[in-house]
Design a binder for this molecule. Structure first.
Ligand code: NDP
Length: 295
């Protein structure tokens, strides 16, 4: 069997086109442009790439895009003061602080400082709580929501299916559980969440109709862990050394793509799967934030 490729890039482009139309409509009807502020503290090269990508996409979609760059020795107080300014800025509707910040920064305090109405990453406990109770007027976190929308728009029904998630982080694994188990369209799944203390991981995986890997372990999921015909979603983004590559590394997911694609019914590639969906859902959240704040 050769798996169908779930093309996250193409689905994300469709969503981005819808978002651009939404932004143009807001401009026409209310004279407002969605504003997204991205804060980068320090010089982590991967974080810089993510921030630049988000800034570029926001501009492409017709958003007002703000990038705040702070030095790696930036104090907690200085960062909180920048966030307070963005909270008060009427041109900014969405704020995100790129993770991970340098060690002197308390990430929890940063999350709590962002106005929940502008919390487009959905990290604030207020929005996490809303997501858990199935309240649609907060935000959904971009990567897990991107997974759910990619499955929906690819025609893969999860209702009544057994979904196994590997990983229980607050950013990916736990919110995936919360979204997929809701009594709602694109959800209604039976969900098992596995982690590093789960015995017999492979056995859990083999019972999955939909297997989602979000562990940060390069090519960990092998063909023998996948039920024939299952859908496999690879959230992982891992840099592995590759002397043949231009930068000396290449990106791989948490799934051994070639061998799993020979067993699965459908699979997401890395890159070009969940990654572009994450950015598309971030832009959608910023659009929604702008709509609500200017009502
Ligand atoms: P974390 O490191 O926060 O969490 C990893 C999870 O995987 C943990 O729950 C951990 O278990 C579990 N895990 C690790 N090793 C094993 C193992 N051998 N067996 C079972 N479970 C294991 O990572 P994130 O959730 O932040 O990210 C996961 C991956 O997704 C990374 O590659 C990251 O780069 C990528 N990512 C991609 C995004 C995108 O846009 N596509 C966005 C966000 C993340 P335990 O809790 O017990 O330690």
């Amino acid at each position: 069997m050769t798996a169908r490729i779930l093309d996250g890039k193409a689905v994300a482009e469709t969503i981005n086109r819808e978002t651009a139309v939404g932004a143009a409509t807001l401009m026409r009807e209310r004279g407002v442009r969605p504003g997204l502020a991205v804060v980068l503290v320090g010089e982590n090269p991967a974080s810089r790439v993510y921030v630049n990508t988000k800034e570029k996409k926001a501009a492409e979609l017709g958003f007002h895009s703000v990038k705040v760059e702070l030095p790696k020795e930036c104090t907690q107080d200085r960062l909180l003061a920048e966030i307070a300014k963005l909270n008060a800025d009427p041109l900014v509707h969405g704020i995100l602080v790129q993770s991970p910040p340098p060690p002197q920064i308390d990430e929890r305090a940063v999350v709590l400082a962002i106005d929940p109405r502008k919390d487009v990453d959905c990290f604030h406990p207020f929005n996490v709580g809303k997501m858990l109770i199935g309240d649609r007027d907060g935000f959904f976190p971009c990567t897990p929501w991107g997974v759910v929308v990619l499955l929906q728009r690819s025609g893969i029904e999860v209702a009544g299916k057994h979904v196994v998630v590997i990983g229980r982080s607050n950013i990916v694994g736990k919110p995936l559980l919360a979204l997929l188990v809701q009594k709602a369209a694109g959800a209604d799944a039976t969900v098992t969440v596995c982690h590093s203390r789960t015995p017999d991981l492979a056995e859990h995986c083999r019972r999955a109709d939909v297997l989602i890997a979000a562990m940060g372990r390069p090519e960990f999921v092998k063909a023998e862990m996948v039920k024939p015909g299952a859908t496999v979603v690879d959230v992982g983004i891992n840099r592995v050394t590759d002397p043949a590559a231009k930068n000396g590394y290449r990106l791989v997911g948490d799934v051994a793509f070639a061998e799993v694609a020979a067993v699965a019914g459908a699979i997401t590639p890395v890159p070009g799967g969940v990654g572009p969906m994450t950015i598309a859902m971030l832009m959608r959240n910023a659009l929604d934030a702008c709509r609500r704040l200017t009502e």
